[in-house]
Design a protein around this ligand. Structure first.
Ligand code: 3EB
Length: 331
């Protein structure tokens, strides 16, 4: 059994049994019975699933886990791999000079870095960022851009090396706190960039005063394993959105980008080459009604890949779809 494996369960009740072997995970959709492990909840419609359906995804490990809560970060650790979740209510940051979301983002990342330091100098591998109203403008700036300021401030204060930025995604959900989940480990990541896209940390200022800090992908190394994380990937070429208002063309372009990241990763893999059919994908749709069209492209181009659809707002208002993926192989 691999050190780290992602499982998915729509029957949320049966998760309890395996609690001591779960590092942490995600709850997609609505409410569900509480679990013992750190869980990131996404308040979102699951296109194609029954109304109010909930899907639970979790990282299982054969290893014994230890857990704790420090600085508001709920974490669990197996060997040198740690999964954590922090949720911050923006209302608690409303008294400063900065937009509350910016302050919350900076605070969340600072706390995460503190915890990773206290855990013996772990490095971020993969980060999942969710917030409400991601495209809304307040304080004269789109909220995603406010988030980027706070995130970059924390990265610059703590770990200035942008070339060690983790794989990531950042999406808008219906409601809830700023929610950040992460995987981290002792072994440094191998960041992967996409030759078809400008690195996000080099985006021009037209996309906000401070650029996003993430790598297009990352190869990470749990014991005996090689895991590829492909960050949230959209219909962007260079730094520009392409195929406005055309969801099918946007999915095709996104998949061309996913392939490009995978090809780039395959130049650096230690095990065999990763292939499309090995991918476990999460597909974010701005409009749940686009699912059938998107699904048709997915099965044509990425036959065999596992797809979980989630309705969410992509961080540029002209983007209709974003696709993230992971794959794992023994090493
Ligand atoms: C993009 O390529 C699309 O801010 O962490 C993708 C992955 C995107 C991660 C992030 C944003 C993020 O710019 C958006």
């Amino acid at each position: 059994m691999s050190f780290l494996s992602l499982h998915s369960q729509s029957d949320v009740a049966s998760c309890e049994l395996q609690a001591e072997r779960v590092l942490g995970g995600f709850r997609l959709g609505g409410a569900a019975p509480a679990v013992e492990w750190p869980e990131q909840g996404l308040d979102a419609v699951l296109p194609g699933a029954p109304l109010h359906a909930t899907v639970r995804e979790f990282w299982a490990t054969p290893q014994h886990c230890i857990s704790g809560i420090d600085e508001g970060v709920a974490w669990r650790r197996a060997g040198d791999v740690l999964y954590g979740v922090i949720e911050l209510d923006e209302a608690d940051f409303a008294d400063g000079a900065c937009p509350p979301l910016q302050s919350a983002a900076e605070s969340a990342y600072r706390r995460i870095f503190h915890v990773l330091e206290a855990q013996g100098g772990l490095q971020l591998w993969r980060v999942w960022n969710y917030m409400a109203e991601i495209n809304a403008e307040t304080h004269g700036l789109e909220r995603y851009r406010q988030f980027n300021i706070g995130r970059q401030e924390a990265f610059e204060a703590v770990c200035s090396a942008v070339d060690q930025a983790p794989a990531a995604c950042a999406l808008g959900v219906r409601s809830g706190p700023l929610s950040i989940a992460f995987l981290a480990g002792k072994v440094p990541i191998r960041p992967i960039e996409n030759p078809r896209q400008l690195s996000a940390y080099c985006y021009p200022e037209t996309y906000g005063p401070r650029s996003p800090v993430f790598a297009r992908g990352a190869l990470v190394y749990p014991p005996g394993q090689e895991v590829l994380f492909i960050s949230g990937t959209a219909s962007i070429v260079g730094h520009r959105t392409v195929h406005h208002d055309d969801v099918v063309a946007q999915v095709r372009e996104s998949l061309a980008n996913v392939r490009a990241v995978m090809d780039e990763a395959n130049r650096h893999v230690r095990g065999g080459a990763f292939e499309c059919a090995m991918l476990v994908c999460r597909i974010y749709l701005r409009h749940a009604g686009d699912r059938l069209q998107v699904e048709a492209v997915m099965s044509e181009q990425f036959a065999g890949a596992h797809c979980q659809y989630v309705e969410a707002d992509v961080c540029r208002s002209d983007l209709l779809v974003e696709i993230e993926a992971m794959a794992s192989q023994p090493r």
